[in-house]
Design a protein around this ligand. Structure first.
Ligand code: AQP
Length: 296
């Protein structure tokens, strides 16, 4: 059976972009597939300093890095975007799509539910799987990305960039554990333009269109339907209505997160059980891979 695999970086509290782009789909897939691994990709988060202990991912990452060219990595849009905003750009930031390919290939994953900002990275994972298989023998399936139905969600402060956990502007991202007051404030202060009606036009009206996308993503309506339903709203009313929907949707999530945080022992147990299962698969693939390249 096809294995589903996806992950999230522990770089902050997940926001509604992570939810609409990926997490919502992860939940749905639990009813369609039996063999699923969702993980916290801690080695990725050390492209800013932290403290790792996950050997197989790093080891396969290194093997794949030796197959990958620098010119291939330079083309990736996230590298182009993120390397512009920092003065001290680490090699890890450049290499991490290869580590991501290792994460996926280590479990011989077939289906990878992600947001559309990851499509290029999945292409790289397929290229590396193919390169490896051609050179050393068939080991890896070529993993396919699976997109959610929502568009990429942009920052509430700047619709030119995606909503991001690590965005320094606190008003740019709405986190799934934000309080109702917080959520209302962020939407009230979200960027809009000088036109007061609600239309969907990502090129001419990117900020309002982003809000329409969020509304559509959460309600499951089309963007046309959202504009039709909200045609009597001005932008402020629309923002407040959207805030209410977001508050209502994430209320049970926030309550459940808070409940779980009171039982850290339970979370540790669940993580450890998952770790035991996953590391058995990872170790097997790594040994197969090392044997194939002659370093076992
Ligand atoms: N703005 C977004 N809209 C839709 N989907 C998104 N995803 C991320 N941002 C958006 C999807 O969420 C999943 C987990 O992302 P990640 O934590 O692995 O890394 P990321 O894509 O780099 O997310 P962030 O929030 O921007 O984190 P930082 O700030 O740490 O880099 C992925 O499937 C992604 O597509």
């Amino acid at each position: 059976e096809d294995r589903v695999f996806s992950g999230i970086q522990p770089t902050g509290v997940p926001h509604i972009g992570n939810y609409l782009g990926a997490i919502q789909n992860w939940v749905k897939l639990q009813d369609q597939y039996k063999d699923i691994i969702y993980c916290v990709v801690d080695l990725h988060s050390i492209t800013v300093p932290q403290d790792p202990k996950v050997p197989q991912h790093a080891e396969l990452g290194w093997i794949l890095m030796c197959l990958c060219t620098m010119s291939r990595l330079k083309l990736l849009p996230q590298w182009k975007e993120k390397s512009k905003t920092s003065q001290h750009v680490g090699v890890g930031l450049f290499n991490y799509p290869v580590l991501q390919a290792a994460d996926i290939l280590l479990y011989k994953s077939a289906v990878v539910p992600v947001g559309d900002d990851q499509v290029k990275h999945l292409e790289l994972a397929r290229d590396l799987a193919r390169l490896f298989n051609n050179k050393y023998g068939e080991i890896f399936p070529e993993p396919q990305h699976m997109l959610g139905s929502s568009h990429r969600i942009k920052s509430l402060r700047d619709p030119a960039v995606k909503m991001s956990k690590s965005d320094l502007s606190k008003l740019g991202h709405v986190d799934i554990t934000d309080t109702p007051e917080n959520i209302r404030e962020k939407f009230k202060k979200s960027k809009s333009d000088f036109t007061s009606n609600i239309t969907y036009d990502p090129v001419e009206r990117p900020a309002i269109s982003n809000l329409v996308d969020i509304y559509a993503g959460i309600t499951g309506l089309s963007t046309e339907q959202v504009c039709e339903d909200c045609k009597n709203h001005d932008t402020l009313n629309f923002k407040l209505a959207l805030a209410d929907i977001v508050i209502e949707t994430f209320k049970p999530v926030r309550e459940e997160v808070n409940r779980l945080l009171e039982d850290k022992g339970h979370i540790d147990k669940v993580l450890y059980k998952g770790y035991e299962k996953a590391s058995e698969i990872a170790e097997q693939t790594l040994q197969e891979t090392k044997k194939a390249i002659g370093v076992s």
